[in-house]
Design a protein around this ligand. Structure first.
Ligand SMILES: Cc1ncc(CN)c(N)n1
Length: 224
């Protein structure tokens, strides 16, 4: 069995919880509160600034030019396509680019992005890929699932989000990351595979917490 299949099967219950989170289902049926989406968009922009750095670190850790080139393409696509979607949404909400970049990160945004950067900086290339994979893979699956709901991809607010993450372009990048995970895990010892599984599990859990944080517009419990 491919390592990615093992991950998917083992984590199916959490994976389903992500798909069934009211933030996600609310984008699908259009019932999501726009203020939660606005909150998400700002926090996700901050998250993506750090997330993009994982691709740069991936290029540093890669052993061959082809893999370096793919990480460079992922970095470019995150900075100039995925984050452009967020900039366009911000415009609709009357948020400037500066306000976006200088927004305060929520505790979950900080914890999730810092955990990924910690793994990426201190771990192997396989560990870096295990950390970023749930992000690519789960968004692609969620995008595809939502795009099958009649009218969802045409929704005036959530349609563009659904179209981006269900697109063939995003799918191709996600599939490349899945394939790289399989390649890097092949031949690793069981204890190394368990470590990869643990990292994948952690960022899958953080994905759930991110939806929940956005749904509840959750910042620090005590203000300065
Ligand atoms: C929290 C989160 N996870 C994943 C993705 C998809 N790159 C995202 N934009 N934000």
């Amino acid at each position: 069995m491919k390592f990615s299949q093992r991950l998917h099967e083992k984590l199916e219950p959490i994976w389903r919880a992500n798909h069934n989170h009211p933030f996600v289902t609310g984008m699908g049926d259009g019932s999501l509160d726009q203020e939660s989406f606005r909150f998400y968009m700002v926090q996700d922009y901050l998250y993506l600034i750090d997330y993009a750095k994982l691709f740069a670190l991936g290029a540093v850790k890669a052993d061959d030019l082809e893999t370096m080139g793919k990480f460079a393409a992922l970095l470019n696509s995150t900075l100039n396509e995925e984050m452009e979607l967020h900039r366009q949404y911000a415009k609709k909400f009357g948020i400037t680019k500066d306000d976006l970049e200088n927004a305060n990160p929520s505790p979950i945004t900080l914890a999730y992005s810092h955990y990924m950067l910690h793994v990426a900086q201190n771990g192997t290339l396989a560990e870096l890929v295990a950390a970023l994979l749930p992000c690519m893979w789960s968004y692609w699956e969620i995008g595809k699932e939502l795009s099958e709901i009649p009218g969802a991809a045409e929704h005036e607010l959530y349609g563009e989000w659904i179209s981006m993450y269900s697109s063939d372009e995003f799918g191709t990048l996600a599939q490349w990351c899945i394939g790289l995970m399989d390649e890097l895990a092949a031949g690793k010892s069981e204890s190394e595979k368990s470590k990869l599984e643990e990292i994948f599990l952690n960022t899958t859990r953080y994905e759930y917490m991110f939806w929940d944080m956005a749904y509840n517009k959750q910042m620090w419990p005590i203000d300065a």
